[in-house]
Design a protein around this ligand. Structure first.
Ligand SMILES: C[S@@+](CC[C@H](N)C(=O)[O-])C[C@H]1O[C@@H](n2cnc3c(N)ncnc32)[C@H](O)[C@@H]1O
Ligand code: SF4
Ligand code: SF4
Length: 278
């Protein structure tokens, strides 16, 4: 396969109250319904367009220089590709110079390539769903789509990466997973992801648990200041290290299983809730 895995970057980096990375999530509407999907992706899932308000908040929360990164996921971004291309143009027009990544199942290959090519700075790349790219654990994408994406990667090395094979126990989780037994599934330690700006107006601590409404994940609202969001993000990481991981080790549970099934037994992180949206 032509695609390589992306190297992961430093975790939890905050500079002048700005995050190094931020995920953008418009809902879980998808043209697939994978039996392991963390976000419960489905054709009848929810979808709310990106608006200037969401993107203005993004521009307040993330580093604007080359080190910053914004990651579009869902759901399936190619189902609403016009809005995603508009959002990329808006971020660029308002000074965002960092990288952009679009997570996609690649089935709508032409739309995905149109999104990549729409970036005036040519710094938008794609990351493909491992299972759908390889056919291990989900029906493979159509060969015609795969061929288009492989040809693009051959002409633009590094433009299209393949996601990690790991499967975490979040959302639909690991139980019905039908892929290779060797793909890693259990880890006591959370991967410490960057948070998510959702188009329902909330900021969520974890892209894998984004449909989990527990207060443990609620960093704030898109009207909140960058100070408050980054402070709450750091409080969440402190909670992961001092409360969540010790619990996972003591009960011999995978990290994401703790978030999915055991949060009622754990105190919430020490969040600052000074604004009206708390
Ligand atoms: C939720 S999907 C959304 C974007 C797009 N629909 C896709 O599948 O790439 C984002 C990423 O999450 C990954 N993912 C979904 N369920 C997962 C699970 N249980 N464990 C680990 N990664 C998962 C997918 O493989 C994909 O790379
Ligand atoms: S993993 Fe991606 S393609 Fe599969 S159902 Fe979830 S959002 Fe859709
Ligand atoms: S352990 Fe919890 S916070 Fe960490 S990735 Fe899993 S669901 Fe998210």
């Amino acid at each position: 396969m032509a695609f390589k895995e992306r190297t992961s970057r430093d975790k939890g980096v905050v500079e002048h109250n700005r995050l190094m990375e931020l995920h953008l999530y418009p809902g879980n509407q998808c043209n697939r319904e994978c039996d392991f999907c963390t976000v419960f992706g489905a054709p009848n899932g929810w979808l709310i367009d990106y608006t200037p308000e969401h993107l203005d908040a993004t521009l307040r929360y993330v580093m604007l220089h080359e080190q910053g990164s914004v990651k579009f996921y869902g759901g399936e971004p190619t189902l609403n590709h016009e809005n995603v291309m508009w959002a990329i143009a808006y971020l660029r027009e308002h000074g965002f110079q960092g990288s952009i990544v679009v997570y996609s199942n690649g089935i709508q290959a032409e739309r995905l390539l149109a999104i990549l090519q729409s970036d005036p700075l040519s710094q938008t790349t794609a990351s493909l769903n491992y299972s759908i790219a390889t056919g291990d654990g989900a029906p493979q994408m159509p060969q015609s789509s795969l061929r288009k994406l492989e040809a693009y990667e051959q002409d633009h090395a590094g433009a299209i990466a393949i996601g990690h094979p790991d499967i975490v126990d979040s959302g639909r989780g690991v139980d019905p997973f039908t892929g290779e037994e060797t793909r890693p599934k259990d880890n006591h330690q959370c991967p410490h992801c960057y948070p998510v700006l959702k188009t329902d107006g909330t900021v969520h601590a974890c892209p894998f648990a984004v449909e989990n409404r527990s207060p443990h994940f609620q960093l704030g609202h898109t009207t909140d200041s960058s100070d408050q969001i980054t402070q709450n993000f750091q409080a969440f990481f402190h909670w992961l290290d001092t409360v969540h991981e010790p619990y996972a080790i003591a009960h011999d549970l995978p990290a994401c299983t703790v978030c999915w099934n055991h949060l009622q037994e754990l105190p919430t992180p020490d969040f600052d809730r000074t604004t009206a949206h708390a």
